[in-house]
Design a protein around this ligand. Structure first.
Ligand code: MEV
Length: 320
């Protein structure tokens, strides 16, 4: 059997880090895809072409599937797995979640001989891989890339996570979002999550800070739903200040955010961020794409637009 799996990337619009502490977060699946092709071969070998993705993560995802399935005989026949991706690696756009989800989906489909998938099961397994990778994930990354759409997510406990696919699209008049890649942080997501945990222990008003982030997440959601641009813009800007207070934004990213603000836009980091050097992807809201392009060029950075709220995992049986 030959199978192709496509998994979208993700952008967190609001609530990163706070979501680890039971606060809600708002995220969208975006149209940058990771593809996993799996082919069965008769040579009894296991061949893995991970491309630019972390081979350790790929192996972890394979291990989890093998541990889960009762019958692993299908894998004895030999198979080849190849990953290609347009999701920038390690900048907060869900590349590692897409690897886990893509590899798990491909192997489950190969094992069952059926391209119809159980996305809930896949999501649960991908969460286990994320836990091995990051220690204390909320599960928002794997959930967003699995189910797709515009997601309102909250983790109450490890065993109770609520996820709503919001029943609205982002209005055309609010289609002024851009992404600017400030570069891959030296810190991993797990390290940033630990850093925040230590910071929250030191702060006197840590609960207040998390509550404020929750309020901004709600304002951004209402701003999008009711097409209130001023509310949306102010909430993105205030959210960025709260993330700075949380200690997840480096000086370089801060400089670019301030420049975007001076030019009439707003921006925030999206995802875990980074403090020592680069801070990953910036979510930007600005009416003039040329202004953003100019700022990005000045700092030799990539800027691009993506579609927000695309579908989650897609599986194709290449034999049909
Ligand atoms: C990373 O994309 C989002 C964080 O909130 C971590 C998590 O939720 O697992 C920083």
């Amino acid at each position: 059997m030959n199978i192709k799996v496509s998994v979208p990337g993700k952008i967190i619009l609001s609530g990163e880090h706070a979501v680890v502490y039971g606060k809600p977060a708002l995220a969208v699946a975006v149209d940058k895809y990771l593809t996993v092709v799996i082919k069965s071969c008769r040579n009894k070998k296991e061949l893995i072409n991970a491309g630019k993705e972390d081979p350790v993560l790929v192996k972890e995802a394979i291990k989890i599937v093998k541990e889960t399935l009762e019958d692993n005989k299908v894998f004895d026949n030999g198979w080849e797995l190849t990953i290609t991706s347009k999701i920038p690696v390690g900048v907060g756009m869900g590349s590692s979640a897409a690897v886990s989800v893509g590899v798990i989906t491909a192997l489950m489909a190969l094992a069952s001989g059926d391209s119809r998938i159980n996305d809930k099961k896949i999501n649960d397994l991908a969460y286990k891989v994320e836990k091995k990778q990051h220690g204390n994930p909320s599960g928002i990354d794997n959930s967003t890339v699995t189910f797709g759409g515009v997601i309102w997510y909250r983790k109450e406990f490890d065993f109770l996570k609520t996820l709503w696919r919001l029943p609205f699209k982002i209005a055309a008049s609010l289609d002024n979002f851009h992404l600017v890649n400030t570069g891959k942080p030296v810190e991993t997501t797990g390290e940033m999550v630990s850093l925040v945990s230590a910071k929250l222990k030191r702060l006197n008003d840590s609960q207040n800070l998390l509550d404020k982030i929750e309020q901004e997440t709600k304002k951004i959601t209402v701003g999008l739903r009711e097409v209130k641009e001023d509310l949306l813009k102010k909430a993105i800007k205030d959210n960025q200040r709260l993330l700075e207070k949380l200690g997840v934004v480096g000086i370089f990213a801060k400089t670019i955010v301030r420049e975007i603000e001076q030019s009439g836009g707003v921006a925030k980091i999206s995802g875990a961020g980074g403090i020592k050097d680069k801070s990953g992807i910036l979510l930007v809201y600005h009416h003039d794409q040329e202004v953003i392009k100019k700022i990005a060029r000045k700092y030799k950075l990539d800027d691009f637009k993506t579609r927000f709220g695309v579908e989650g995992i897609r599986v194709e049986n290449l034999d049909l």
